[in-house]
Ligand binder design. Structure first.
Ligand code: MRU
Length: 350
């Protein structure tokens, strides 16, 4: 299990994912400002992971000395700052809202001690983390049940332990299938897309697959449709950053193209996401804000300019896959087809 966050004796650290796979460096996070910077610059990334990271940063702010009133103010500021650090993954807003609700409740009476109030916030952040680990385990089980025979799968971006509290969404299912096929004595192959422009697939998924002992290959994003056809891929598994009420889902840029390729090839396209990624306030994918990142991530590679000086670029970090291209949505609550049924909680697995 790769946990991207450590919280020991009140001290919070994150594994700096911008340095992987070359260096495993843990950085101390003493404030919400520092965590917001880490989220913006993708030192910690992945929808569930940034929610957990923000919740823990709020708990750290709550624990700093001060009167209850001053702590409350600090926590409100921290939650607002963290909430605004990235726009697409709803887990971030969901976790900040949970922490804000916890800060408002419980300690309503003036005599409540600041220390007890901070302890309640710390417990809530740890609960968010534990719940995510349990959700990952449930998704791995539900998702694996969809592929009783598959031995060749393709995945995009990084959706493993690094992107969550330590379990995984789509990659958790992939690793579980690897475990099942190994037990059955059958081969199992995974193709991972490199995931331009920031290479979460090449840097992070490849690192996690190697650590898990999964036989896997990297392909460039542009090679994915070809690979699906020529390598006999049996299913595409991806995560999500936000799922709208109608089942449309935002995920890493390139996901929509994979869904189209999967549909054209007649293979399942499966989205794996915990219920904390479902956004009941969002009617369709049209309403999902897609993060636009610095164009320099596209016009340069590893700090070296590749496009002509001053050339314009667009850099959407996510895209929205329409629900009708999604074969099934796997959540910790079960498997949903059509994916919109996840909101009513009725497991429609056949
Ligand atoms: O920009 P990132 O690296 O945070 O994007 C991550 C993804 O798009 C994942 O697929 C997503 O968060 C869902 S899996 C945990």
């Amino acid at each position: 299990v790769t946990k991207p966050i450590r919280f020991e004796d009140g001290s919070l650290r994150i594994l700096d994912q911008t340095l992987l796979p070359h260096r495993e460096a843990w950085i101390a996070i003493e404030s919400a400002e520092r965590m917001a910077e880490a989220i913006v610059s993708l030192r910690v990334r992945g929808a569930p992971a940034i929610g957990i990271a923000a919740a823990l940063a709020i708990a750290v702010e709550a624990a700093r000395p001060g009167t209850l009133a001053s702590r409350r103010e600090r926590v409100a500021r921290a939650a607002a700052l963290l909430r605004a650090s990235r726009p697409t993954a709803v887990n971030l807003m969901w976790a900040c809202d949970r922490m804000t609700a916890c800060a408002a409740g419980g300690a309503a009476s003036p005599e409540t001690e600041a220390g007890a109030w901070a302890a309640a916030l710390r417990a809530e952040a740890l609960r968010i983390w534990e719940e995510d680990l349990a959700a990952s385990a449930a998704m791995a089980r539900h998702g694996a049940s969809l592929f009783p025979d598959a031995t060749r799968l393709l995945t995009h971006c990084n959706t493993g332990g690094l992107a969550t509290g330590g379990g995984g969404t789509a990659l958790g299912v992939v690793v579980e299938l690897h475990r099942r096929r190994s037990e059955e004595g059958r081969p199992f192959h995974v193709w991972a897309t490199e995931t331009r422009p920031l290479l979460q697939g090449a840097r992070l998924t490849a690192w996690e697959l190697r650590n898990a002992g999964v036989e896997a290959r990297l392909v460039s994003d542009g090679a994915a449709a070809h690979t699906i056809r020529r390598r006999g891929i049996e299913g595409v598994l991806v995560g999500a950053d936000r799922v709208a009420r109608n089942g449309d889902g935002a995920n890493k840029i390139g996901t929509y193209a994979l869904a189209l390729a999967a549909r054209a090839a007649g293979i399942p396209f499966v989205v794996v996401a915990p219920r904390s990624t479902l956004d009941p306030s969002c009617a369709t994918g049209e309403e999902i804000v897609v993060e636009e990142r610095n164009p320099l991530e596209v016009t340069a590679f590893a700090g070296v300019r590749t496009a002509p000086e001053g050339f314009a670029a667009e850099n959407p970090a996510f895209d929205v896959t329409p629900a009708d291209l999604v074969t099934a949505l796997v959540t910790d609550g079960g498997v949903f087809r059509p994916p919109a049924d996840a909101f009513t909680g009725v497991d429609t697995r056949s």
